[in-house]
Design a protein around this ligand. Structure first.
Ligand SMILES: Cc1cc2nc3c(=O)[nH]c(=O)nc-3n(C[C@H](O)[C@H](O)[C@H](O)COP(=O)(O)OP(=O)(O)OC[C@H]3O[C@@H](n4cnc5c(N)ncnc54)[C@H](O)[C@@H]3O)c2cc1C
Length: 536
């Protein structure tokens, strides 16, 4: 076993790699490194591993209801090969495919389901607008082309792309050459523009904007890329982890432990130790030192390269660059409200209008008109909260009833766009926001008042404080074209290496970005391995 060594100074641990952050990216990177024979110690600030891929019994009055404070569905990781490489199924990870994976709920009871099959999705759209149905099939083809060009690059180190992935991108670009202009317009324009160019029916427009809004402001140039989620759900589908998202993190920890890696929880890193321009380990908040050949920072890059580095470790220019890394820079941030319920929650108005056997309790639900979605983002820029808040919802217990006592449910409510910096401050706005979210949800979900046992509420400020993510940014760094590939998180900081020798970045703030993918952790581990090989 590659156990870390206690050094002669009793408070010091020695290891090859110390990983800051036990979110899924930190754990994925650690697993690959431990598998390659390196001694790895992961240090996680919270008492539990997982970061934004955690779930658990967070409501005191409902100790048997599993709550998801952040991610609930897996999509990107299904493209990464990580589940197979690390044999996560044998470490306790499994998921249930949802098909349809998403459904848009209109205020009047109508709904549009997003199926794995784009033709079935177009058929749904055709119930409202035959021309939008045709446009959807065409859009799905463009998105598929975009994905086939982009995916190989998303899976490789953008500063040292593998030959295989370059060839794959070139091949896809050639075979989709007639669509490249359209892909360019989609990638450079806004998500709202991409929809306006193609669709007319208000329900269809709202459904597509609601889906893309999960990636960030739909009016920002470059946000058109957010429609890639539709391509992914058609290509790889959506999986909901059995037992909750924590099971992904726990399976990674088991895999790491098997290869000798160690995880310390409740141990925030206070400082990255740097001597002569080289990272030498970390100092924990409790004063302990972990000496290491190198440090992999799998927390957000503004924390890693800002708060945790000693003064003077970065020059003025690089320090300024770090301080300007955008995180919810357009003023919109996520909020979460989860309700533990004493019974089964129904969506009867919408369910009754469906003419098929789709159970609307199972997919992730998109709620709000196109105007609600636009005003959620535009109000946030002004530091205001719109009363017509748009939100995502899910009933994780509908797919996996083990997450609550028999016959009971959990309702997950997630508005992606509330103000990051409200004029009134979150201390004041918190209760108002909570009431708006519950009242909006009550017009879609039956009897919430009488069903509620307890709730979990997290504002962007709380999320930032709990997970360490700057401004509570779900992707650590804004999802934007100019923060993609080698430019993520900033010019000169792409490719997982930093100006400090032996200090690497490997979480959502690095290529290819946020979401439950594990890819930043996996690719950072390759860089770390090369470094360790060089110095050994
Ligand atoms: C509300 C919400 C819903 C989401 N839904 C989905 C979804 O359904 N599907 C999806 O694909 N994505 C979703 N996402 C996005 C996704 O969860 C994240 O982008 C992704 O999990 C980030 O993973 P990570 O490992 O890079 O970072 P994190 O999960 O943020 O992990 C970083 C870790 O570093 C730790 N840390 C920070 N500072 C220190 C320190 N000083 N010392 C020690 N440890 C430290 C943190 O505690 C944390 O555990 C959602 C996000 C949110 C917030």
């Amino acid at each position: 076993m590659n156990m870390p060594m206690q050094s002669s100074a009793r408070s010091e641990i020695k290891t090859n790699v110390v990983v800051i952050g036990g979110g899924h990216n930190g754990l994925v990177g650690s697993c690959y490194l431990a598998k390659a024979g390196h001694k790895v110690v992961v240090v996680e600030a919270q008492n539990n591993i997982g970061g934004m891929t955690s779930s658990g019994h967070f409501i005191k009055s409902a100790p048997d209801h599993i709550i998801h404070p952040c991610a609930v569905d897996t999509i990107f990781i299904r493209t990464s090969g990580i589940i197979e490489d690390l044999d996560l199924k044998n470490h306790g990870f499994s998921s249930i495919d949802t098909d349809p994976s998403y459904a848009y709920l209109a205020p009047d009871g109508e709904s549009i389901a997003f199926w794995r099959d784009p033709v079935k999705t177009a058929d749904e759209i055709g119930r409202y607008s035959p021309s939008d149905a045709r446009a959807y099939l065409e859009f799905a083809n463009t998105l598929e082309a975009l994905l086939s060009v982009a995916l190989p690059m998303m899976r490789t180190d953008s500063r040292r792309p593998s030959f295989k992935e370059i060839i794959s991108t070139i091949r896809s670009s050639i075979s989709n050459r007639r669509r490249l202009g359209e892909i360019g317009a989609l990638a450079l324009g806004s998500a709202d523009q991409a929809v306006a160019e193609r669709f007319d029916h208000p329900l269809v427009v709202a459904a597509l904007l609601g889906l893309a809004g999960g990636a960030g402001p739909i009016d920002a140039d470059g946000s058109g890329l957010g429609h890639i989620i539709a391509a992914l759900l058609h290509k790889v589908g959506v999986g909901r982890p059995v037992g909750g998202m924590q099971s992904l993190s726990d399976s990674l920890k088991r895999c790491l432990n098997k290869d000798g890696g160690t995880v310390l929880t409740g141990t925030p890193v206070e400082e990255i130790l740097v001597a002569k321009g080289q990272a030498e380990g970390v100092r924990l908040a409790d004063g302990r030192i972990i000496r290491a050949d190198c440090v992999l920072a799998a927390c957000d890059p503004r924390t890693a390269l800002g708060r945790l580095l000693p003064d003077g470790a970065l020059d003025k220019r690089m320090r300024a660059r770090v301080e300007h890394i955008p995180a919810n820079s357009r003023g919109a941030a996520p909020m979460k409200v989860d309700l533990a319920l004493r019974g089964r929650v129904e969506i009867s108005k919408h369910q009754k209008l469906r003419k098929d056997d789709v159970d609307l309790r199972k997919p992730a639900l998109l709620i709000g008109t196109a105007e609600d979605i636009r005003s959620s983002f535009s109000s946030s820029i002004r530091g205001e909260l719109t009363p017509d808040l748009y939100f995502w919802a899910a009933i994780p217990t509908a797919c996996d009833p083990t997450q609550a006592p028999p016959g009971q449910d959990v309702l997950y409510l997630y508005p992606p766009a509330v103000p990051a910096y409200p004029a009134e401050g979150w201390q004041v706005l918190r209760e108002k926001a909570e009431n708006i979210i519950i009242s909006r949800a009550s017009s879609y979900f039956d009897n919430l008042d009488s069903l509620e046992i307890g709730r979990w509420v997290e504002t962007p400020m709380d999320l930032g404080a709990r997970t360490g993510a700057f401004n509570g940014c779900v992707t650590h760094v804004d999802f934007a074209l100019l923060r993609s590939g080698p430019l993520r998180p900033a010019w000169g900081l792409g490719g997982y290496e930093t100006p400090i020798k032996g200090l690497f970045l490997g979480a959502a703030g690095s290529h290819p970005g946020g979401g439950v993918s594990g890819i930043p952790g996996k690719l950072a581990a390759v860089r770390v391995r090369r470094f360790l090989d060089r110095i050994s």
